[in-house]
Design a protein around this ligand. Sequence first.
Ligand SMILES: NC(=O)c1ccc[n+]([C@@H]2O[C@H](COP(=O)([O-])OP(=O)(O)OC[C@H]3O[C@@H](n4cnc5c(N)ncnc54)[C@H](OP(=O)(O)O)[C@@H]3O)[C@@H](O)[C@H]2O)c1
Length: 417
Amino acid sequence: MSAPPLDVVAFGATSFVGQILCRYLLDQFGVRGELKWAIAGRSQAKLEALRDALGPEARTLPLLVADAEDDDSLRKLCASTRVVVSTVGPYALHGEPMVEACAESGTDYCDLTGEVQWIRRMVQRHEAAARRSGARIVHCCGFDSLPSDLGVHFLQREATSRFGAPCARVKMRVKAMRGGFSGGTVASLMNLVKEAAADPALRKELADPYSLCPAGAPSTVRQPEVRGVEFDADFGAWVAPFVMSAINTRIVHRTNALSNHAYGTGFTYEEAMLTGRGLKGQLAGAATVAGLGGFMLAGAVAPLRGALERFVLPQPGQGPSLAEQRNGFFDLRFVGTAADGRQIRTKVTGDRDPGYGSTGKMLGQAAACLALDIAKGRPPGGFWTPATIFGDRLIERLRKHAGLTFERLSDSKGEVS
Ligand SMILES: NC(=O)c1ccc[n+]([C@@H]2O[C@H](COP(=O)([O-])OP(=O)(O)OC[C@H]3O[C@@H](n4cnc5c(N)ncnc54)[C@H](OP(=O)(O)O)[C@@H]3O)[C@@H](O)[C@H]2O)c1
């Protein structure tokens, strides 16, 4: 069989985040450069409008029409490329046919999902086919969960070179971040809350920190979790729950399980948001908890959810403005504690809003890494995490081309909190 003509196809190119991704791919790779890529979606007219909006440089950008509800169109798309990068979401509603087509055809795949319940279903249903065909499927290549997964990978590499072993305990704290939400993200979150409200078994699954680990993985250690406002002595500040920890921690534990417990079988990992020092920090933490609780409650009660979706939250296709993307950023701090109590501190930052400006760049580099840096068969087909398939190669790409930093900090607490 001859090699497919394209390296990467951006499926869902007309979505809010897909458009950011395409602008970034054009800026980084041009049209017929090192990376041969194309845009794809279900509407020819919308794809043509996107190509026009990308400017004269994009005039010769190939365009493929494919609909998640038309298996033939997905099979044709897969035959044309080595990698599919999908932003067709909510993934739990529209994502499975493309994962299935890639797993069956041996086409590598990456996406932006943060929907734990859907990832688990995809692994259960399509891992055998991916192993047979050689397709590498990599979910969570956006703000959920690249900075966390690669951040822990980076910290453990530093810890191993300094202490001779990885840290038994790692914490991530969001020191600061600025950004907004798009309609697709809100729809994904609302769909998850709706599914969970109707299904006690799913609620149990979502509460399991090891829900994405392969069956039989010996991970039984009780995981710490910040559920309310707490004082964190490691940072000398108050912390509150971080909503993305529900996906990020599961991905980090899957990484540990897939890498034969490279971080240890007793490894613990948790995430939270720093809300500051003293009474002010404690009150800010209480406000964060109240806001989160109110949002989750409103999402679980059908009439309130409807009102939120119609009148408050962004609609599909809407999201943060260009200025908001440019002025956004994130700053994540990690502390690792070795078995003997010694500590190491690192940070990961991004220079755009986490969910869009930075996510578009992270996803673009993940797709490029899959197409250009990862040889076929190494690793073999299956469902991988960003850290287990990309590791240092993607860290280097993100540092050089996507405005992210991965840095070791001095050991003093003051610098961190
Ligand atoms: N992990 C992260 O950090 C992160 C960040 C941002 C977004 N996300 C996720 O990324 C996804 C996209 O978000 P968004 O705000 O960009 O969404 P959006 O603007 O609402 O776009 C959804 C896309 O799905 C396409 N689509 C829907 N049904 C389809 C079908 N049957 N066949 C082909 N395409 C179909 C739509 O096509 P049309 O254009 O033709 O309508 C549209 O392009 C969401 O799941 C969101 O949760 C994750």
